[in-house]
Design a protein around this ligand. Structure first.
Ligand code: FMN
Length: 291
């Protein structure tokens, strides 16, 4: 990939504009999350902006046209396939297998989304036995790297041990990488369904801690994609230095606009120049102190 800065899943759910998004300067983009059948998603209002915090709360619930239209779109971006991941989800194994079989030949990798807080039914894959069975089945048939997107946790959080156990199970069952992480569950009476997922700036600090947790657990054996609250090239540096192989963002793109990926790429190159390094593999420690 030309840069380690990617667009996270959920922006282009039906894979309609992946080419244009790549042209803005993202190194890679994730289409989806795709589900087998079309879905209306949750009732509106289902996205609210918190501009002072540069954050969003969403309860989208996977609105989308379903697998078939997405396949047709993906077939048109095959020249860029090496820079496209596809996110899939379902509430039973068969749905996920059907999506997986159809999309894997059309993308560089597949993200399995078990972590949207907005879709009743996904939590069944937070049961380690069920997750193991699913991933072992997918891993046996995969021809491209398979990633699992985890729900977030924080230090002192009762869920932390449970989610790290899920990560361990996923690795043991054969995934190639982890995406750390999805939105943070939160209540909001401004959303029709009363709760959703928080994204954007407030997540960043915890993203760093989660990457440290996962890095300590995996020792660099698998790919880690960091996601949550990233909006500056110094933050990209910090996460790459902590063990992530790439990053994804979404909410900062909403607030900063289409120039953001190009600005982040330039910023990262400036930091690397200031540190005298030529490869992102050599990024370590704190970013150089330049403006
Ligand atoms: C409106 C909205 C829709 C999202 N839809 C999806 C989705 O379909 N699949 C998914 O894996 N993540 C989805 N996400 C989560 C993002 O991919 C990302 O994990 C999260 O927003 C944290 O990154 P950020 O702080 O850079 O936004 C969505 C996020 C937002 C704000």
């Amino acid at each position: 990939m030309p840069t380690p800065i990617g667009l996270a899943a959920g922006f282009d759910k039906d894979c309609n504009v992946l080419r244009s998004l790549l042209n803005l300067g993202f190194g890679f983009v994730s289409g989806g999350t795709i589900t087998l059948a079309s879905r209306p998603g949750n009732p509106k209002p289902r996205v609210i902006r918190l501009p002072n915090e540069k954050a969003l709360i969403n309860s989208m619930g996977f609105p989308g046209r379903g697998l078939e239209p997405a396949i047709k779109r993906l077939q048109r971006t095959q020249g860029l396939k090496e820079r496209i991941l596809v996110s899939i989800a379902g509430t039973i194994e068969d749905e996920i297998f059907d999506c997986f079989h159809r999309v894997q030949s059309l993308a560089a990798g597949v993200e399995l989304n078990i972590s949207s807080p907005n879709t009743a039914g996904l939590r069944i894959f937070h049961e380690t036995g069920r997750l193991r069975g699913l991933i072992e089945g997918l891993a046996a048939e995969k021809t491209v790297p398979l990633f699992v997107k985890l729900p977030p946790w924080s230090r002192g959080d009762a869920d932390r041990r449970e989610i790290l156990k899920l990560a361990e199970t996923a690795i043991d069952a054969g995934v190639d990488g982890l995406i750390v992480a999805n939105t943070r569950p939160i209540e909001s009476n401004q959303l029709k369904v009363g709760r959703g997922g928080l994204s954007g700036e407030p997540l960043f600090e915890n993203t760093e801690l989660m990457i440290a947790d996962v890095q300590a657990m995996t020792n660099g054996d698998i790919g880690i994609i960091a996601c949550g609250g990233i909006s500056t090239s110094k933050q990209v540096w910090k996460l790459l230095a902590s063990g992530a192989s790439a990053i994804q963002l979404y909410t900062s793109f909403i607030y900063e606009g289409p120039g953001l990926p190009a600005r982040l790429n330039k910023g990262l190159v400036r930091l690397m120049d200031a540190a005298g390094i030529a490869s992102i593999d050599d990024i370590s420690g704190e970013p150089p102190n330049i403006k």
